[in-house]
Design a binder for this molecule. Structure first.
Ligand code: SF4
Ligand code: SF4
Length: 673
């Protein structure tokens, strides 16, 4: 029976109708094969717009629908629901994107209208051959995997655990806490960072619903919606955490000392060490590269003094698999490597510090016990803080790191408290957007901190006069006065950019999450779903998705947790009906598809041996259908017949007009008349 198709062209206010002649598109659609009705409406996604579609499905007995509007990313779900509520299988609804693909990217209105007509004609061509499909419901595993134990992971884990769900929290270091554990104070309230973080860390350690896997990494993810298996590698710590009571005697007796990474290399730690005093779990690990026994075969002092026989030099990595229904990625960020900007002298001059080095210096438990002193042990007379180190710079990162202005203000305040020095803040623009942030800036102005508007060109020791002798000279153009300034100081603190983790690409591939140009994970929608991802069961939180401050990080982590809780509390997940099917009569068993399927959904099974697709694992990506040399695989609603009819629809519209140029359809120029 011939299909009966309805076409609905949305104005999207002026988003589409401002460029595309929507009435003309509707009129054209009426003449396409099998189209029984075509309408345009101001906002098709509004309730009255949806009702138009429902009414037509019922009254005109439609069995397929084309909605020419925005990206399916925005409203496919809406219109699928509209069709389903009127009794139409929603896989027979297809959106034609005439906004992002047309009106927003086409200069000339006439060309945009022609392009919209072609897109609609193509979509109608495909819809005529779409088949109804049935989704399947599968139960969702009632546990959550949280990857990363910084403040984002901690918040998300606690929220899911408090809601009654089992949480596996995986942290690659031996303690949770992340960057926040290194900070001295938090802006603008100046709370002690450890004081507000450690109660949450302790709560994680004590929560009966949280299984904390410290010193562990996720190395594999498999499964399908709401039913995933995470393979977790517990790295050999050479300390039996079950036996160790964290007494610290091993650390005390260990003779091997190496730079302490928690103190940014400015202090020292032992080869057997905990990350910091309030670590959770508070168990040491042995750094194999630093341990004298592992290097020379002699020592074992830690083993000798440990009263609980917890040292285990034979320990091996262990791999464990857990079942989870949802995943929250909170893998955090890295700090910009300031040696990439040699003009600022980091690594060359000992009194040039990074932001994290200063956090540790000013912290009472840090490498200088909170004393702000130069490398010569003197209190500095003058200090420069250089904003935007590695941010807002074409050579490094073009984006704003969002927190550097505010933490630079915090540094200035802490320096004001700890020293009598003159403090200079060199900034490009002051960005103080947040609750109480602008007021904090005002407070600093009143504290007498000097602000120089200008990007620092360099830091040098080359003195030009006696006032610069023995000083670090900061040179910048003051863009408010147009004067080149040379400011001699005793100490320089860099406000390092926040960057994506170096292994974010690998992590993204593991979880199937895309990244932006800067390497941060991409949200499902930056405004409407800033914590979801393209995978309905995976959420993101914190700085792995881009630079952000602690309040925003905690809010996003809570949102990600509520996304996971919503999914789990529903109990069931719908599996998309689109999949792939193998015609065993055509299949030559070359097994190309088995190796090419990115979801390991195809296997060889049974007697006689047949190549088959596991419907639950298949994402319907179509890779196998494209690769199969025998043409034995068909992807639901993306089969050759449907795609060829879509292309035919696009081309027939051109053919009918007869006189188009390539430029017209590409929308890159004015149509020739
Ligand atoms: S065996 Fe290694 S970790 Fe233990 S005390 Fe000696 S150097 Fe330190
Ligand atoms: S469509 Fe094919 S390649 Fe893609 S997930 Fe399904 S079986 Fe694997």
């Amino acid at each position: 029976m011939a299909p009966r198709i309805g076409v609905y062209v949305c104005h999207c206010g002026s988003n589409i109708a401002g460029k595309v002649d929507v009435k003309a598109v509707g009129e054209m659609a009426k003449n396409l094969p099998n189209v029984v009705t075509a309408r345009d409406y101001q906002f098709m996604c509004s309730e009255p717009g949806q009702e138009l579609i429902r009414q037509d499905i019922r009254e005109k007995d439609l069995d397929a629908v084309v909605v020419a509007a925005c990206s399916p990313l925005m409203h496919e779900k809406t219109f699928r629901g509209t069709c389903a509520s009127a009794g139409l299988n929603h896989y027979r609804m297809q959106m034609a994107n005439i906004r992002e693909h047309c009106s927003w990217v086409t200069e000339d209105p006439a060309a945009a209208t022609e392009k919209a007509k072609a897109i609609v004609a193509g979509t109608v061509g495909k819809v005529r051959h779409l088949r109804p499909l049935a989704e399947r419901e599968v139960p969702v595993v009632q546990s959550v995997l949280v990857v990363g134990g910084g403040i984002a992971g901690i918040q998300a884990a606690l929220q899911c655990a408090d809601a009654g769900y089992k949480v596996y929290l995986v942290e690659r270091k031996q303690s949770i806490g992340g960057h926040m554990a290194m900070l001295d104070k938090t802006f603008p309230t100046l709370d002690c960072s450890a004081c507000i973080l450690t109660p949450k860390m302790v709560a994680v350690g004590q929560h009966s619903n949280i299984k904390l896997f410290a010193y562990s990494e996720v190395e594999g993810i498999s499964g399908y919606a709401g039913n995933m298996k995470a393979k977790i590698r517990h790295k050999a710590a050479y300390v039996d955490f079950e036996k160790c009571n964290g007494c610290g005697i091993c650390q005390e007796k260990c003779p091997a000392k190496v730079p302490n990474e928690f103190e940014q290399g400015r202090g020292q730690r032992k080869a057997v060490y905990t990350l910091f005093a309030q670590a959770v779990p508070n168990k040491p690990v042995i750094d194999k590269a630093a341990c004298i026994y592992f290097k020379t075969g002699k020592c074992r002092a830690c083993e000798k003094f440990c009263k609980r026989n917890a040292i285990d030099f034979e320990q091996q990595d262990r791999v464990e698999e857990v079942d989870v229904g949802a995943i929250i990625l909170a893998t955090g960020h890295e700090v910009f490597d300031a040696t990439r900007m040699p003009q600022y002298g980091y690594g060359k001059y000992p009194d040039v510090y990074t932001s994290l080095e200063f956090e540790r210096m000013v912290n009472a438990s840090g490498f200088s016990q909170g004393k702000v002193l130069t490398s010569e042990g003197k209190e500095p007379d003058s200090i420069a803080i250089i904003h935007c180190t590695g941010s807002r710079d074409q050579r490094y990162n073009t984006y704003c790191s969002e927190v550097c202005c505010m933490y630079s203000l915090k540094f200035a305040h802490l320096l004001h408290e700890h020293t009598h020095a003159r403090i200079y803040n060199f900034y490009i623009d002051m960005r103080c957007v947040g609750k109480g942030y602008e007021e904090f800036y005002d407070r600093l102005l009143n504290e007498g901190v000097r602000f120089v508007r200008g990007k620092v060109a360099g830091v040098t020791r080359d003195a030009r006069d006696v006032s610069e002798h023995g000083k670090l000279v900061v040179q910048a153009e003051d863009t408010l006065t147009g004067v080149i300034r040379r400011v001699p100081v005793d100490m320089v603190i860099l406000a390092n950019a926040l960057e994506a983790q170096k292994d974010a690409g690998e992590v993204g591939r593991l979880f199937g999450i895309s990244r932006n140009k800067a390497g941060f994970f991409i949200e499902q929608h930056p405004k409407l779903n800033p914590f979801g991802t393209s995978n309905n069961c995976i959420f993101i939180a914190g700085t792995c998705a881009g630079p952000k401050d602690i309040p925003y990080t905690v809010s996003q982590a809570s949102a990600a947790a509520s996304g996971a809780i919503t999914l789990l509390s529903r109990g069931n997940a719908l599996l998309e009906a689109v999949g792939a099917h193998i015609d065993s009569d055509l299949c030559s068993r070359c097994l190309t598809c088995v190796s090419i399927c990115p979801y390991q959904a195809i296997s060889v099974d049974g007697e006689p041996q047949l190549v088959a697709v596991d419907e639950t694992l298949c994402h319907g990506c179509g890779t196998c259908a494209a690769a199969c040399p025998a043409g034995a695989i068909e992807a639901d609603n993306f089969n050759d017949n449907q795609i060829l009819h879509e292309i035919e629809g696009l081309l027939s519209w051109r053919k009918e007009r007869g006189k188009e140029t390539e430029a017209e359809l590409a929308g890159t120029g004015s149509p020739t008349k």
